[in-house]
Ligand binder design. Structure first.
Ligand code: HEM
Length: 509
């Protein structure tokens, strides 16, 4: 019996809980039973504990899923814990497609409640509200996400791109980097980009002799990395080489890994709480080293060039950015305004910005070019018109291509606008609420730290703004009397893509 009990005990709890004593079988059996009962009680307590936590979490999740309906806002169909994002997790839809489906299902709702896992997010399903978020009520929507904590750890500046900087610090950094992207500055970089494009055409010609199938996304990726490498870091001939380290590491910044999914999509805040760096390690280990070396060489050589690196060296010579109280919005609370700050133009800050330009610029530009190629290949008559226009414009300029020539190619520009409407690269983007906001015309109230979604794909494919929206029709841009914020490939308002002109002329070239 005893051995039987012991065997049971071992089976049930995976361990021997009794000691065999051949001299006192009865005492041993009572002890045996007592321990088993007490273990059973412990087990029951543990199970009860787990069940209570589970029930508690379910109740919290149920309550969470009523967040919008409690405010009198129509909401989609959230599931417990995953909210509305299951089709995205299962890779059945992109965010943009999911949000478009929701907006189409509830066309008369100016705002729609959505749940990103357990995080309530408000979809702006009305173009006037979209305009408010981007422009009119921008002070309420200055941020995209939580920013790295640079006041605690200045090393975090390396992870701080313009994209993930907030409030007055964003404003200060943007104002310092904006002049790099003026037409005048871009014009000066043009000859360099022209050389790269000549080399690129030679490379394509060579490749087309070996095969009749070329992966243009890959090739445009090489091209845009080369352009960004040259214009941001002063590097030449690194990205178009076979197995280029520069290009491979650029790809790693955006590769579809779990960590990147968490960083860029799911929970930047959680990522920080868990101590995962807000940007991939390659930023520090590779791009950090490159930018540091490039800055050092440029400072030492005293050579001045027309690129972003030069602009950064000049900024460093000036020393600091003053982030004044006045940069904060007047209606912000004292805590939100924070103290006045002096931000050093450190190598870390430069690394963050330069890597951010690579991160934000290379894949977006390459994909836009690849889609444009696809649209032109699918519409040979449009291709012929573009060719005719190019010949005509070039003949007026002695067959020389320069910055202003691209601007004269009006039909080509219409084609680019149409292609980036039809195949928008970021198909839904969000803003983090920077101060409380009562959404006009609705009962929705947004608190600081809440998020709103802008349904970019839905706007671009909306027959109200674009009749026959699936059609590639550059002529629809001949007259453009659409409301503001209906064409958003580069976003809108003060946080619009800083590289808009830069990438536009790279693509047109
Ligand atoms: C076709 C190419 C590109 C596309 C489609 C694109 C698209 C975008 C979009 C949609 C945003 C968000 C705008 C918003 O939230 O309102 C953005 C922001 C940004 N982009 Fe681009 N981008 C492109 C090229 C570039 C390039 C070449 C650079 C840099 C050289 C760049 C740097 C940035 C930066 C720094 C931001 C953040 C701006 C801020 O928050 O102040 N982008 N881009």
């Amino acid at each position: 019996m005893c051995y039987g009990l012991r065997g049971w005990a071992i089976e049930a709890f995976g361990t021997s809980i009794v000691k065999v004593s051949p001299h006192s079988t009865l005492t041993w059996n009572i002890e045996c039973l007592r321990r088993i009962l007490s273990s059973t009680m412990d087990g029951a307590l543990i199970i009860a504990g787990i069940l209570s936590v589970f029930v508690f979490l379910v109740l919290v999740a149920i309550k969470r899923n009523q967040y919008w309906s409690d405010q009198g806002v129509r909401q989609w169909k959230p599931l417990l814990f995953v909210g509305d994002v299951l089709p995205v997790i299962l890779r059945r839809q992109t965010f943009g497609q999911l949000i478009m489906e929701i907006c189409r299902a509830l066309p008369n709702e100016p705002v729609i409640g959505f749940y990103f896992f357990m995080k309530p997010i408000l979809i702006m399903n009305d173009i006037e509200l979209v305009q408010r978020v981007f422009v009119k009520d921008f002070p309420h929507f200055t941020n995209r996400r939580r920013q790295p904590d640079v006041e605690r750890d200045p090393q975090q500046f390396m992870h701080m791109t313009l994209f993930n900087t907030n409030g007055k610090l964003w404003r200060a950094i943007r104002s310092k980097f904006q002049p790099m992207f003026t037409n005048g500055k871009l014009k000066l970089m043009f000859p360099q980009v022209l050389d790269i494009s000549d080399y690129f055409i030679e490379l394509l010609k060579k490749e087309s002799q070996n095969t009749n199938k070329i992966d243009m996304t890959e090739y445009f990726g090489k091209f845009t990395m080369e352009v960004l490498g040259a214009t941001a870091f002063g590097l030449n001939g690194r990205a178009m080489d076979e197995n280029s380290e520069f290009r491979e590491n650029g790809k790693k910044l955006i590769e579809p890994s779990l960590a990147n999914f968490m960083r860029y999509m799911v929970a930047p805040s959680l990522v920080q709480t868990l101590g995962i760096p807000p940007m991939p390690g390659i930023m520090r280990s590779y791009f950090g080293r490159i930018v540091k070396n490039a800055l050092k060489t440029r400072r030492e050589s005293n050579v001045k060039r027309h690129d972003f690196l030069q602009h950064m060296v000049t900024l460093q010579e000036k020393g600091f950015i003053e982030v004044e109280k006045e940069d904060a919005n007047e209606e912000m609370s004292e805590t939100e305004r924070g103290p006045e700050m002096k931000v050093e133009m450190s190598d870390e800050l430069m690394i963050g910005q330069a890597s951010g330009f690579i991160l934000a610029g290379f894949d977006t530009t390459a994909l836009t070019m690849a889609w444009m190629c696809y649209d032109l290949a699918s519409n040979p008559e449009i291709q012929t018109k573009i060719r005719e226009e190019a010949r005509e414009v070039l003949s007026k300029h002695g067959n020389r291509m320069d910055y202003d020539t691209t601007k004269e190619m009006k039909y080509l520009i219409k084609c680019l606008k149409e292609s980036s409407r039809l195949h928008v690269i970021l198909d839904a983007f969000f803003r983090m609420v920077s101060k409380p906001y009562n959404v006009p015309g609705t009962s929705a109230v947004l608190r600081t730290g809440d998020y709103v979604y802008i349904p970019v794909l839905d706007i671009h494919m909306n027959p109200k703004f674009y009749p026959d929206p699936e059609k590639f029709d550059p002529e629809r841009w001949t007259e453009d009397d659409r409301p503001a914020c209906t064409h958003l490939p580069f976003g809108a308002g003060p946080r619009v893509c800083i590289g808009t002109s830069d990438s536009r002329y790279t693509i047109l070239l």
